[in-house]
Design a protein. Structure first.
Length: 280
């Protein structure tokens, strides 16, 4: 049977294909990135990033592009396929990790586990093993996660604000000693001058970031980007409007959280509840 002929020669990966089609549509229209930004009202750099595959944009941006190019019937469909492309999540996470190392300041919200920047080796190992990692790969991932802590331990560490849901402090490790070490590390980190730690108690009630971990980075060029993550996927968000909306939710949630001093006392109480090792 003869091999199938490639009809277009374009990428079969949804994310790459989406970027390719955006470049082709703009070339056919004869628009520059600058003109596209002026006509549609978004920064031209956003369209450049979409065409390079750095970001896929929001549905509002894609809808505006589809109308501009007369491609309403298929461009949004192609964007939806790109959103579900599993290859994009690893790429976005890698880009977030690179931006994290360059950030001027960071804000996190931890919904169910300590942020990677504040995890002990024992916590990281049990959490990663729960995701079916094992052997050498597990060792490498633990080492990589612990290596991230150096960002907050260096002399020129950026300011770091973190809000921990009470669920973080109630979901114990199986090993009491490892759990004690994790709580002690959080308590120690909360005393550092560049780290501001809040606990959001269950009594605070519903808020705007109920189910997703949230990270914000303030970059050298003055921009703020966000990264949101759950068990299935993560998304790097660079569009100003979406980032500002998420920041407002974060700020409202921070108003519900305990003060740094009260939060340190809360962690101390959690430490007191950890079972002591039986004496021999």
């Amino acid at each position: 049977m003869p091999p199938r002929r490639v009809v277009t020669g374009r990428s079969k990966e949804p994310r790459k294909r989406f970027a390719e089609e955006l470049r082709l549509l703009r070339a056919q229209k004869g628009d520059s990135l600058r003109k596209l930004g002026e006509v549609l009202g978004w920064d031209a750099s956003l369209f450049g990033k979409m065409e390079s595959g750095t970001t896929i944009g929001s549905p509002e941006v894609v809808e505006a592009l589809a109308q501009h190019y007369g491609a309403e019937e298929w461009l949004l469909t192609l964007w939806e396929l790109a959103v579900g492309d599993p290859t994009q999540f690893l790429e976005q996470y890698r880009r977030y990790m690179a931006l994290e190392q360059e950030a001027m300041s960071l804000w996190h919200y931890a919904v169910s586990s300590p942020p990677g920047l504040l995890q002990t080796a024992g916590y990281a190992r049990e959490a990663l093993a729960a995701g079916d990692l094992q052997g050498r790969e597990l060792d490498q991932q633990v080492e990589a996660r612990i290596g991230r802590r150096k960002l907050l331990e260096r002399d020129d560490a950026p300011p770091f604000r973190v809000i921990l849901s009470e669920a973080v402090l109630r979901t114990r490790l199986r090993d009491p000693q490892e759990w004690r070490e994790q709580l002690e590390y959080l308590a120690e980190a909360a005393e550092r001058p560049k780290i501001t730690l809040h606990v959001l108690p269950f009594s605070a009630g519903p808020h705007g970031l109920m189910s997703s971990a949230m990270m914000f980075l303030r970059l050298l060029d003055g921009r703020t980007v966000a990264y949101t993550e759950n068990d299935d996927r993560g998304e790097l968000i660079e569009e100003n409007g979406r980032v500002e909306g998420l920041q407002r939710r974060y700020d409202a949630m921070r108003d519900l959280a305990l003060s740094p001093a009260e939060s340190r006392k809360f962690i101390t109480r959690m430490l007191e509840e950890v079972p002591c090792e039986p004496s021999i």
